[in-house]
Design a protein around this ligand. Structure first.
Ligand code: ADP
Ligand code: MG
Length: 761
């Protein structure tokens, strides 16, 4: 059976307004070992004939049989398979991939071999055969015409296909080189069917076994010059591509091999055009960091998912009150807490929920800055970055965003004291955090927290006035004076008050046998989380002080001036004062359980007993207007983000489409070589994915830097892990989309057309 048979083959070109006959009524049959020379005038259909045989162009009439099997029903993929199995093509204009080296060009054709070492060995062997051993590392673009054609021949041999087609292989070479190339071709393909189109028959005369003349698309003459048997002595065993396997196993194996080859191809083409690849990497980098930046800028669009906690959420915390609004005493609450298995209770807990009422003013970089803090106690942040945890009631640890580090110190505290409503707190340590979605906190000791609560209450919730009165049992009231300012201090001994010098002289010093009475009255509110009841101003606190408790130390009172109207009280008097008021008005309490689950369980039980109990992880629904407002803000941000991302994607798309044009020619060459489209496609994807790697490395690096470097954290935003994942996923998706579109565009054209287009430059 003949290897290749053409029966009544016809090919018509239909262009805009005319129909051209390429070839018509061609009846030919070819066998292994033949060296067929095809000659004819320009435009007579020689190339068309070769293109049809190679499957690079379709035919409309007749039938082409390969090893006896018809091919007229073949679709694109079948033709690809056909080319992969049977055809090697040698063109006039060399058709090597100029960006690859000689060796890479040949290795590309050896993809069917599994072992890369074997591949290399075989490629070197073949290059030796065509006399190119000394040029293997040279890029295609740097070769002479003859060298290029030798490379192509080596490549054609590498494929080890039974048919080698050559369309004017020497058309661009001088006559000496032409002869060499032709005899090389003949020598290396004695066991194959070699069809050479030439306009110069003399060049092939010595080797050709058959001469076909084509005229006006039809075969004019077909002459056998030498019997094939003379040159084709024995059929050499052909290279076995893969051991015959079951169809299924073969398919699976093929897929794996395709992936491996595609991967290799992707890597090779990525490395082959360093400038273009660099540009692509840069593009992806800009895209990725751009999306990263935009996501960071529009960070507040995620707020819509932030929970609206009713209270400051602390693991295990339950906030409760009585249904009637009755104010319970500390003992009563404790008994209830014990009954429900709470670990601890916090009688006056309002400070926990008063974010932004505590804050510190600090000076940095020429500006006064203020940072709001959550007031907390009994938390563990791990080892502080600077200093230690607080032990005394006037000590605090600050839990701050890393961006505060330059102002607060890295190794030593740059800020040792904080003024809080005249109360000077000592900063014992700082713990920094990198996640700018957290809130800064001020950690007190339990005692310190009580003081802070008292102060908060004193400053925000009531208006105290103190009345000082001198009284003697014998002589009655001597003098009364109203003081409007009460200032607490950690720096004076417990249970003492300080008067300004003039005040001291007026009161205590003049009447040593009198006692000083101090009474305070205040407006106060019945406080709990569901209502505020203002009570009329009334006397809430009375304290009688012994003369020994009163003094005037210029170093304390002095700063308020010697005629000052301010009474300085020790912090425990402050707490006593505040708690006396709170005691009778504060209707709320916090219980602390092991964890939130326990808290929810206990809250349930407490509710059954008639209390209003709310676990601190309870969310509330804000009023519809603020929900809408919030939603609109988020939607606006989201839209902004989408637009920005869309533009970035568009930009990347535009630029990378341009970059793909550069591959059009190479792709066509690879296809003409019979490299399966699957492999090329995988190669294209791999190449694009590789160009994403630097972008992802930079993204990872910047996320690590933001997490570890204070400087970076100050200037760049922190995103959640899922946001990073989304960026990475989005970029991959975008790349896949772009590549898919490009690949489709590339492969919808026929090989011949894209070859022409590709080589047009
Ligand atoms: P040769 O290779 O012998 O010079 P071709 O096979 O290239 O000739 O062309 C044969 C005929 O087919 C010519 O008339 C040519 O104009 C026509 N032809 C070839 N390719 C196309 C094409 N893509 N579209 C239209 N006509 C074509
Ligand atoms: Mg031609």
């Amino acid at each position: 059976m003949a290897l290749l048979t053409l029966k009544d083959i016809g090919k018509i070109y239909v262009s805009e307004n005319n129909v051209t006959v390429g070839i018509r009524g061609v009846n030919l049959s070819f066998d292994r070992g033949e060296f067929v020379a095809i000659t004819g005038k320009s435009g007579s259909g020689k190339s068309t004939l070769l293109n049809v045989i190679s499957g690079m162009d379709s035919y409309e009439e007749g039938e082409l049989f390969i090893e006896g099997a018809p091919t007229s029903h073949y679709l694109q993929p079948e033709w690809e398979d056909y080319r992969e199995k049977y055809i090697s093509f040698i063109f006039q204009d060399y058709n090597i991939i100029e960006s690859l080296t000689v060796l890479q060009n040949v290795e590309l054709a050896l993809m069917y071999m599994e072992d890369p070492k074997e591949r290399r060995k075989r490629a070197l062997e073949l290059l030796d055969r065509v006399g190119l051993s000394s040029h293997i590392r040279q890029k295609g673009s740097k070769l002479s015409g003859g060298q290029k054609q030798r490379t192509v021949i080596a490549r054609a041999l590498a494929k080890d296909s039974p048919i080698i087609l050559a369309d004017e292989p020497t058309g661009n070479l001088d006559s000496a080189t032409s002869k060499e190339i032709i005899s090389l071709l003949r020598e290396v393909s004695k066991d194959k069917l070699l069809i050479v189109v030439t306009h110069n028959f003399e060049q092939v005369e010595d080797c050709a076994t058959r001469h076909i003349r084509v005229f006006d698309g039809a075969v004019e003459s077909d002459a056998r010059l030498i019997p094939v048997s003379e040159v084709f002595e024995e059929e050499k065993p052909r290279l076995e591509r893969s051991a015959p396997k079951s169809a299924k196993a073969k398919k699976k194996n093929l897929k794996k091999k395709d992936f491996k080859n595609g991967f290799l191809l992707g890597r090779t083409i990525f490395a082959a055009k360093p400038r273009l690849s660099f540009f692509l990497c840069l593009l992806m980098l800009i895209g990725t960091l751009g999306i990263f930046g935009v996501t960071a800028l529009c960070g507040s669009m995620g707020d819509i998912f932030e929970p609206n906690y009713m209270f400051h959420h602390m693991d295990g915390r339950v906030v409760l009150t009585t249904q009637s609004g009755e104010v319970l005493s500390e003992e009563e609450w404790r008994a209830l807490a014990e009954k429900h298995g709470a670990k601890s209770i916090l009688r006056f807990d309002s400070l926990l929920d008063s974010y932004a009422t505590t804050g510190i003013l600090y000076h940095y970089d020429g500006y006064d800055r203020y940072i709001s803090l959550n007031s907390v106690f009994g938390k563990d942040y791990g080892t502080p970055d600077v200093g230690t945890y607080p032990k005394e009631k006037n000590e605090i640890l600050l839990y701050l965003p890393i961006s505060c580090q330059p102002a607060f110190g890295k190794d030593t505290l740059l800020m040792e004291t904080v003024e809080k409503g005249n109360l000077t707190l000592k900063v014992t340590g700082v713990k920094y955090y990198y996640d700018n979605n957290l809130t800064p906190e001020c950690l007190f000791t339990e005692d310190g927290f009580r003081t802070a609560t008292a102060l908060h209450y004193l400053l925000d919730r009531s208006s105290f006035t103190a009345t000082l009165s001198l009284q003697s049992e014998a002589n009655g009231m001597a003098q009364t004076h109203v003081l409007y300012d009460i200032s607490p201090s950690f720096d004076i001994p417990a249970n003492k008050v300080y008067l300004s010098e003039s005040m001291y002289r007026e009161f205590a010093a003049q009447y040593p046998d009198y006692t000083l009475g101090m009474t305070m009255s205040a407006y106060y509110f019945e406080y709990n989380f569901n209502n505020y009841n203002e009570k009329p101003k009334e006397l809430v606190f009375r304290k009688v002080l012994e003369p020994s408790q009163i003094s005037s130390d210029p170093s304390y009172a002095g700063e308020y001036g010697q005629y000052s109207n301010t009474l300085i009280v020790s912090d425990d008097i402050l707490v006593e004062m505040a708690e006396t008021v709170l005691e009778r008005s504060y209707r709320q309490v916090s219980f602390f359980f092991e964890n939130d689950r326990e808290a929810r369980r206990a809250a349930e039980a407490l509710r059954e007993e008639g209390y209003i109990a709310v676990p601190s992880d309870t969310e509330y629904t804000p009023d519809p207007f603020s929900v809408i407002e919030n939603m609109l803000a988020c939607i606006f941000m989201g839209a902004l983000w989408l637009i920005a991302v869309f533009f970035l994607a568009f930009f990347i798309h535009l630029c990378s489409v341009r970059s793909l044009g550069a591959f059009k020619g190479d792709m066509a060459i690879m296809r003409s070589m019979g490299i399966p489209v699957r492999v090329i496609r995988i190669g294209m994807y791999v190449r694009m994915m590789i160009s994403l790697i630097p972008a992802f490395i930079c993204l990872a690096l910047s996320s690590v830097l933001i997490f570890t470097s204070p400087t970076f954290n100050q200037y760049f935003v922190y995103l959640y892990g899922w946001q990073y994942a989304a960026i990475v996923f989005g970029m991959i998706l975008l790349t896949v989309r772009i590549t898919r579109k490009q690949v489709r565009k590339l492969f919808c054209e026929s090989v011949k057309k894209s070859l022409k287009g590709g080589n047009a430059q």
